[in-house]
Design a protein around this ligand. Structure first.
Ligand SMILES: C[S@@+](CC[C@H](N)C(=O)[O-])C[C@H]1O[C@@H](n2cnc3c(N)ncnc32)[C@H](O)[C@@H]1O
Length: 213
């Protein structure tokens, strides 16, 4: 699936979704002396925002080499499966935008634990939907930057099947899980969880729970 990842036209086909990458980086203060990971970073939407905010130590991780080719120059690129990634060092923050729904949360928790410094934070988003996660169907047609787009989303038993098409940029098909807050709580039970609700997404900021004596 995800044909646009192979052809390199993710940024044009998903332009509408890329507009709000700053909402994720706005969840914490960005400090140029700190180190950041853009996990499942793809073409680097989050990395680009971090660079704009002055960050210099950025590592983008994705299993798709073609997506990483479009990431901003000057940042470290790692081709790896996020569920199996073995970081060589620890970071101050890991961001993951529009992607944890592709991952097994228990495996992700172990990777995040190994990637973060003791005071590190894990910041990610989940898309909010008013539709049932048991069964629903949604269809949209809209215009953006002079191009016409069509989207269809079928949700069946907690899994979404998303079709996106633009007349100039082709078709993408993708499938992902519909995680909710309770899934996050259960996989990250040793973490303090802060959630900020935006108009279309929930933004999560996780820190390890302090051990009590
Ligand atoms: C919807 S895109 C989001 C990309 C980017 N974070 C953004 O905000 O534009 C999902 C990304 O997750 C990556 N991905 C999916 N499963 C992955 C995995 N197991 N390990 C690493 N990357 C993965 C895909 O290659 C793709 O680049």
């Amino acid at each position: 699936m995800n044909s646009c990842y192979k052809s390199g036209n993710y940024d044009v086909l998903y332009a509408r979704y890329l507009k709000n990458a700053s909402q994720l980086t706005n969840q914490i203060r960005i400090d140029r002396r700190m180190s950041y990971v853009d996990l499942c970073g793809g073409t680097g939407a989050v990395s680009r925002e971090l660079v704009k905010k002055g960050a210099a130590d950025i590592t983008v991780v994705d299993l798709n080499r073609n997506m990483l080719k479009h990431a901003p120059v000057g940042i470290k690129r790692v081709v790896a499966n996020a569920e199996e990634w073995k970081p060589e060092r620890r970071y101050d923050a890991v961001f993951c935008r529009q992607a944890i729904t592709y991952l097994n949360l228990e495996r992700l928790e172990k990777v995040i634990d190994s990637a973060l410094k003791p005071s590190g934070v894990f910041v990610f988003n989940l898309i909010c939907t008013e539709k049932s996660t048991i069964a629903s169907f949604d269809r949209k047609a809209y215009e953006l930057n002079g191009k016409r787009y069509q989207e269809m989303t079928l949700i069946l038993f907690g899994r979404a099947y998303h079709f996106q098409h633009s007349e100039k940029d082709g078709i993408d098909l993708t499938s992902f899980r519909m995680y909710g807050r309770s899934d996050i709580k259960s996989a990250f039970r040793n973490w303090d969880i802060n959630v900020n609700r935006g108009p279309k997404a929930m933004y999560f900021v996780l820190r390890r729970k302090r051990k009590r004596d």
